[in-house]
Structures are given as structure tokens and as C-alpha cells.
Write a protein that binds this ligand. Structure first.
Ligand SMILES: O=c1ccn([C@@H]2O[C@H](COP(=O)(O)O)[C@@H](O)[C@H]2O)c(=O)[nH]1
Length: 224
């Protein structure tokens, strides 16, 4: 069985990231490394974590002009992450070029609307309509651009899956009942998000900040 939980190791500290990955490795399907980790540790750090044997999700959320994003994806060659993110709001050409530059084995997925944003935040940056409508628009664009899937919150994943059967649906903003939301605004429990259609559940602090990360990951997995 492919395990749906990818643990987000949001730290610049390679040793700390490795220690948590080792603790949770039997309860997760992969490891997500983001900008904070990559800026601090680069290719070397990614290779060190990959050596533990879990699939790597490189969450760089690339967003620039098409040429720059394509060159950045080319510069990742050799790391061959299982999953790589770009921002859907970078536009169709940027997504097409990112996909063309990625290795065949890398799923390129588009971040639609960050789970830390709600309708008021969208209005403040000039996006009319609620998150559901904006996600739907960007799901269609990512699909047209030939990407492999999208990132959205649990609130939008069922509709996204109906619109794109066969896509890969990555869902962060996942919190067990009663857990601290932190900076997340559009959330679901792991079980709700999975049942709504999430292929991958991205979970960071509820696991990494727990006194016993392995037990936290095991407990969350048992609810799915
Ligand atoms: O819309 C998005 C896209 C990515 N993320 C990333 O997921 C994790 C969530 O961490 P938690 O500690 O579980 O909140 C983090 O690495 C984000 O960069 C997201 O939250 N929302």
C-alpha cells in the first residue's frame, strides 16, 4: 500500500530533519522538503534525506517567467524528486516549460491557492471570487498545461478531482481534530481530506512538533 502521508520537514537544520525522518519513516509515504530546507542545505541536503530511502517531494513552489523556471528545474537534475511544485498563478506557459524541463519520473504539481489564504486574503490581492472558484480556475489551467496534478486544501479537493479524474491531489492544511491551526486558514482533518479525494496528505507541525513524532504519525495514519 502506498502511504498517503508526506511529512513536511520545515527546518534549515539538516541533522534535525534527518532525525525526524528516521523516526517517522515507517509511518509515512515520503518526505517533503521546502524552501527553508533547500536554501540552507541545497542538493547535498536533499541527497542526505533521500538516502533514507523515502520518496522526496521538493516543494519549491517555483514562480517566475517561463525561461527562469525551466532553467531552475533543469538545475535540479540529478535529484529527480518524486514530486515538484510550481505556482499555477505563474501561468500556462510557465507550467508547460517546467513540465518539459522535469525528468520523466518527477510529478510536477501546481499550487493553486495557498492554504494559509482565505477569501479576504484573495480579495486583498485583487482576486475576485472565493477560494473554491479560484482553485477551480487554476485546476483547469494546470491540466491544460500538462501537469500531473495540483495542491489545494481539503475544502476544494473533491471538486478538483471531479474536474480532473486521474490527477494527483496534494493536500496540506491538514490538522487532527483540536490541533493548533498555526498560520493555516483552510483546513480539514486527515481523514476528511483523504475521504474527499486527497492522494497525498502533507503534514508538518502536527508530526514534527509532537513530543513523539513517530507516535503522532502512527496515530494520524490509524485514522485514515
Ligand atoms: O497551500 C499550501 C502549500 C504548501 N504548504 C506546505 O505544507 C506544509 C504544511 O505544514 P504544517 O506544519 O502542517 O502546516 C508546509 O511545508 C507548507 O509550506 C501549505 O501549507 N499550504
Amino acid at each position: 500500500m502506498t502511504r498517503p502521508i508526506y511529512v513536511a520537514l520545515d527546518t534549515p537544520d539538516l541533522a534535525a530533519a534527518k532525525a525526524i525522518a528516521e523516526k517517522v519513516r515507517h509511518h509515512v509515504g515520503g518526505v517533503k522538503l521546502g524552501l527553508e530546507f533547500f536554501v540552507a542545505n541545497g542538493h547535498h541536503g536533499v541527497r542526505e534525506i533521500a538516502a533514507l530511502g523515502l520518496p522526496i517531494f521538493l516543494d519549491l513552489k517555483l514562480h517566475d517567467i517561463p525561461n527562469t523556471v525551466a532553467k531552475a528545474v533543469q538545475a535540479l537534475r540529478g535529484l529527480d524528486p518524486a514530486i515538484l511544485t510550481v505556482h499555477a498563478s505563474g501561468g500556462r506557459a510557465m507550467m508547460e516549460d517546467a513540465k518539459a524541463a522535469a525528468p520523466a519520473g518527477t510529478k510536477v504539481v501546481a499550487v493553486t491557492v495557498l492554504t494559509s489564504l482565505d477569501g479576504d486574503d484573495l480579495a486583498a490581492i485583487g482576486v475576485n471570487g472565493d477560494p473554491q472558484a479560484q482553485v477551480a480556475r487554476l485546476v483547469a489551467l494546470a491540466r491544460e498545461a500538462g501537469l500531473d496534478g495540483i495542491v489545494c486544501s481539503g475544502n476544494e479537493v473533491a471538486a478538483a478531482k471531479r474536474a480532473w479524474p486521474g490527477g494527483l491531489f496534494v493536500v496540506p492544511g491538514v490538522r487532527p481534530a483540536g490541533a493548533d491551526a498555526g498560520d493555516q486558514k483552510r483546513m480539514m482533518t486527515p481523514a476528511q481530506a483523504r475521504h474527499a479525494g486527497a492522494s497525498v496528505l502533507v503534514i508538518g507541525r502536527p508530526i514534527t512538533a509532537a513530543a513523539d513524532p513517530a507516535e503522532a504519525a502512527r496515530a494520524i495514519e490509524s485514522t485514515l
